[in-house]
Design a protein around this ligand. Sequence first.
Ligand code: GLC
Ligand code: CA
Length: 583
Amino acid sequence: MTLTGPDRVLAAAPAQPTQALADLAPPAGLSPAQPSAELSAPADERAAWWREAVIYQVYIRSFADGNGDGIGDLLGIRTRLPYLRALGVDAVWITPFYPSPMADGGYDVADYCAVDPLFGTLGDFDALVAEAHAAGLRVIVDVVPNHTSDRHQWFTEALAAEPGDAARGRYIFRPGKGEHGELPPNDWESVFGGPAWTRIVERDGTAGEWYLHLFDPAQPDLNWHNPWVREQFEQVLEFWLDRGVDGFRVDVAHGMIKQHGLPDVGYSGQITMLGNAVLPYFDQDEVHQIHRSWRRILDTYPGERIAVAEAWAPSLERLAAYVRPDELHQAFNFHYLGTPWEAQPLRTVIDQSLGTARLVGAPSTWVLSNHDVQRHVTRYGGGETGQRRARAAALLMLALPGSAYVYQGEELGLEEVFDLPAELLQDPQRFRSADGSSGRDGCRVPLPWNGAVPPFNFTPLGIADGWLPAPAHWAARTVEAQWQDPDSMLGLYREALRLRREHPALGDGALEWSPSPAGTLVFTREPGFVCTVNTGSEPVALPAPGTPVLASGPFELGADAAGQASVVLPPDTAVWWVRSASD
Ligand code: GLC
Ligand code: CA
């Protein structure tokens, strides 16, 4: 006998339309959210929520526009909290909303303790935190400690000061090399391309010292050997913790300490985002002192406030050092993100990730996409293939032990957008890279919410354009278009997140692999949960390990020659199973 999998399975637990869709409408009707049982639970019951949390990344410019200027903002996030709650995530990480000249989409901060008027006010932020908490969602904000904006008062004071002055000592100023100091102090390169040094003009009009910027020239690197810098950031953390944030995403957490003497690297083409070379400006041992001091601050606040490191460490062992018990709580697993859609490499990186994290007692933190990389539907081949693989990859990721990050729009199956009008592009990486092709704007296109034409109600009245145009064919990918369709990507994420909350085996814990044919992955999470995945290009028959509860695509149940239940998994398909005592 043959049954068709997902239709039957998904029909058993249809995704119900909820309050959220009604609230897809503009700011009016901010419904008072119900207090969440979990957040009001006693401290010991909330303990270590982050070990298994699903955290949704909001790239603020592109999530939802609350005031109609075409740019996402805090009010927009507030109006969409019911959506995030109904989606079933535990927390939201919001990318920088601080005052900024926006040379790098807000990762160039001009004031760490305020809100850029483009995104709203501190009052909006406080309201957002209160409403998120009432809805049972935690809030994580970005902190950008490696560099400031060149418009930050600390930097303008440094420029106005004399060489050698204390204000210069907040940053990394050096005299140039060459007869007249006309060459950069060393051969370090900016992540965005070109040299990592820019020469300034001194107050007397002469060509002067150089300052280090591992990113854009508008992002001068701070000198973290200077205790003054450390004190400033302790106050920044306390400012936001006092306002109730549940944690921080630490930007470039591996970059704050540079090797003493600033030695040359010795070759060019040093690094790209997510690179893994060993370099004198990344992943220096001394950086861990800073993370330890931050952990001490976090631990003085009630309710498990956390920090997640954006650290590009050259190996999983080096990455695990950031999540030692007295350091940060999580570190994005970019090694996993960068692994191709193939069973064997996936299994290897999963084993190594779990193994290295276990050594320090930390959970692993899985991630497939963010605002810096090509969307994974596209990386997995795009089109129908990319969608099929992304669906299977979502079930694989959400079944793994630990915490997971979901980048806004991946739950809609959004692809990278390549044909954006050149005059609208913003990403400094694109401007500075030699071939002009590696920009990150294509994964930052405003989300399609509802309606048939761009910008799909990204803006409140549906009239203004979003800051980047959404493709017309996203009409089929809006939240509205997918919400009630259990076979859609959104339906899949909703159901997976619902099951993940419900099933005791999912979330934190361990996994056990079962032997399976090449190109497949089969693992058990006790008690009684099994995930099967076929990453290959041919259907594969396996013993059916229980009752299917969710599938990324159609599959067939049957029986083998001996009458045992079996399953035929088509290419790029994952199925979740629950085993009862009788299976
Ligand atoms: C991080 C951010 C990225 C930014 C860079 C410089 O990698 O994720 O968007 O450009 O830091 O702040
Ligand atoms: Ca706006």
